[in-house]
Design a protein around this ligand. Structure first.
Ligand code: WT7
Length: 652
């Protein structure tokens, strides 16, 4: 037995969907022995098929795979229509606005709203099956209606996080060749209106594939309307019919794209398809959050990230749960806001990110104690490894030492959880994602040999068999799909899916994720490609060269540290001004999330004779570590000491 283990609450385990380790192993062994049989039985049980599938898994063209081929279904039907017989008056979405305004949307309301939205897209905008629709929206119920309306008519949505800049939005629109954008005038943040529509206007300047823009009027602030292009949702929706047939979709028809950072400058359009995605979204909701019929579940993510897709909208609604959507900021008006919401809505499952926990802890140490949090049963975290102090505070102060903490490890490409405790079964260990979920063949492999590493050893976090909710492709780039995920590790001579993360077996087969192995950094639980930030910084006229690395950050997990070589010192009177100017470019190119925490101007970068930048050295310097690497192969080894001196001076 591992030290520091926390056993599941026995009261909770009694009624849990998976209530013991015996049950866990029974499921996982079944999957190991009869992989297709395992998935076949769940697909048949969980999905309301329009037509049954004829094969379970087709690996003929691996790594391109097909799940449940021949089957017909519709995700909006799975998430809404099929619940109407038993839950039409149940709350599907509970919305809490930034200013405390509340709205309860029942499953029947949701049905009507989504149907009308779908009819609007079809009739007024000419959206057809297979068309790409970009959604650039705040956290309001209409964002969920928009997603489900697309799913209903077979359009492929691509949500762009509302914090991304017009340039980032334009890139994603162009890559997906979207003909429609759905947005809002703006929304509210800390009781004040903020705007989104002007960003869309900027993104659509010049040549664009976009023909029409739908604007949800949320804050009623003044916006520009381009005649023949921009339309008010609030007006058009008025006369729409509340019935709209759900398009029968093939199991492998695309459901959505979601762009994510990789190790090159250009974000990847991760493609998820219909049946496998919705099946696993639903199953993990049932297993990992153990949501019961009368429960209220709240995930604080934004719909612009995969967590918002799978665990605010698709997963909860597919299982017929009540999901909370929150427009506001969790630390406003004070760091007790989430706990006040838990008390008021009697929230049973709460899912957030380590960065949020650290902020809530730091800003509101004693806040949880002021509220009645007795409704809570399961607490979840996602996005980065959670540090033990944050884990402890979450467990003791928020969960009152009686809730399971599910440290869910997954990523945009996996569609749903991959490695996670089950709240009624798995003994948990602080800051450990524990075991692969039943049906997921996740293993830590030695990248050289492809062998599973031993206890206490670290290696690459891989998934050795295809799983239903896996990424189906990188939009428009088959090669990139293969090389990004199936190029690095081979097991028994066959390429397997590599997540990009390192991990270690930390006893009893438990998996502890140690972080990215590539040039991707994790800022507040979001992936940021260093190459993407570098490309943005290079757009500044006076920048000759730049290298970006991650540096541990107290609240964000990792912060962005940039080493910049300027073209000329001319006009460079003020370092502060130069930093500001470069940050302005980053803001325009990517958005506030990519702003640098540290920026230092250096005479040159440490490069090998062939011109390769030695990032490892730069990472060590940023962390204040001693340089242990051999620097004799550098073009100019003396640069290392110079940079070190500058960094020490700047941070001293
Ligand atoms: C990367 C995925 C999954 C939704 C949010 C981010 C890191 C995620 C954990 C965890 C340790 C984690 C990994 C992963 N990550 N969850 N529980 N423990 N690391 O989605 O932007 O696709 O980022 O986040 O590095 O690869 P994403």
């Amino acid at each position: 037995m591992l030290k520091d283990m926390y056993q599941p609450n026995p009261e909770f385990a009694k009624n849990a969907n998976i209530g013991s380790m015996e049950q866990y192993w029974e499921l996982q062994n079944r999957a190991t022995e009869d992989y297709e049989g395992f998935w076949k039985s769940f697909a048949e049980e969980k999905i309301d098929w329009f037509a049954p599938f004829t094969s379970v898994l087709d690996e003929f063209n691996a790594p391109f795979v097909k799940w449940f081929d021949g089957g017909k279904l519709n995700v909006a039907h799975q998430c809404i229509d099929r619940h109407l017989d038993t839950k039409k008056n149940k709350a599907a979405i509970i919305f809490e606005g930034d200013r405390g305004d509340k709205e309860v949307i029942t499953y029947l309301d949701l049905y009507y709203n989504v149907n009308k939205f779908a009819n609007l897209l079809k009739e007024d905008f000419g959206v057809k099956k297979g068309d790409r629709v970009v959604i650039y929206m705040p956290m309001i119920p209409e964002a969920a209606y928009a997603m489900l309306a697309c799913a209903r008519i077979g359009a492929i949505h691509s949500i762009v996080f509302g914090g991304f800049s017009s340039e980032a939005l334009r890139d994603r629109i162009e890559d997906a060749d979207a003909k429609v954008v759905i947005t809002a005038d703006g929304a509210y943040r800390k009781t004040k209106p903020y705007m989104l529509k002007p960003v869309v206007d900027e993104a659509l300047k010049g040549e664009t594939p976009v023909k029409k823009v739908l604007v949800v009027e949320r804050n009623n602030e003044e916006v520009t309307w381009v005649a023949g292009r921009d339309y008010s949702y609030n007006e058009l929706i008025q006369d729409k019919s509340a019935t709209c047939d759900a398009e029968p979709m093939d199991s492998e028809d695309p459901l959505f794209l979601l762009y994510t950072s990789g190790s090159t400058g250009k974000p990847k359009g991760v493609q998820h398809n219909t049946a496998g995605y919705i099946l696993w979204a639903q199953m993990t909701m049932e297993w990992v959050f153990d949501v019961k019929d009368n429960d209220t579940y709240w995930c604080t993510a934004d719909i612009g990230w995969i967590t918002g897709h799978t665990y605010i909208v698709y997963g909860p609604l597919a299982m017929g749960a009540t999901t909370v959507m929150f427009e506001g900021v969790i630390t406003f008006p004070d760091a007790g806001r989430p706990w006040k919401m838990v008390q008021e809505h009697r929230i049973n499952q709460f899912y957030t990110a380590p960065t949020a926990i650290r902020v809530l802890h730091k800003m509101g140490e004693g806040e949880p104690a002021k509220y009645d949090l007795s409704s809570l049963k399961v607490l979840g975290t996602v996005g980065e490894p959670i540090d033990p102090p944050a884990w402890k505070w979450y467990y003791e102060e928020v969960g009152q030492s009686k809730c399971a903490i599910v440290d869910t490890y997954w990523q945009t490409e996996t569609g749903g959880h991959i490695v996670s405790p089950l709240p009624g079964a798995t003994p948990i260990k602080p800051a450990c994602a524990t075991l692969p979920l039943p049906g997921i063949m996740a293993e830590i492999l030695d990248p050289e040999t492809g062998e599973k590493v031993g206890e206490g050893e670290s290696g690459y976090m891989c998934i050795t068999r295809p799983w239903p909710s896996q990424i189906r492709g990188v939009w428009g780039d088959e090669e990139r799909y293969k090389s990004s995920y199936f190029g690095d590790v081979k097991k028994d001579g066959k390429p397997v899916y590599f997540t990009g993360d390192g991990a270690v077996y930390s006893g009893d087969g438990y998996i502890t994720i140690t972080g990215r192995t590539d040039d991707v950094i994790n800022v507040s639980g979001h992936r940021m490609g260093t190459a993407e930030v570098e490309a943005a910084i290079k757009k500044h006229d006076n920048v000759a060269a730049v290298a970006v690395v991650g540096k541990p950050h107290e609240l964000k997990g990792e912060g962005i540290f940039a080493y910049v070589v300027l073209k000329s010192a001319e006009g460079f009177a003020d370092e502060v001004e130069e930093v500001k100017a470069i940050n302005t470019v980053i803001k325009q190119e990517i958005g506030n999330i990519a702003l640098c925490d540290d920026m230092i101007f250096v005479p040159d970068l440490p490069k090998t004779r062939s011109g390769k930048i030695m990032r490892r050295i730069l990472r060590s310097i940023a962390k204040g570590e001693k340089i242990t690497q051999d620097i004799s192969t550098l073009e100019d080894p003396s640069i290392v000491a110079k940079i070190e001196a500058m960094v020490n001076c700047a941070t001293c």
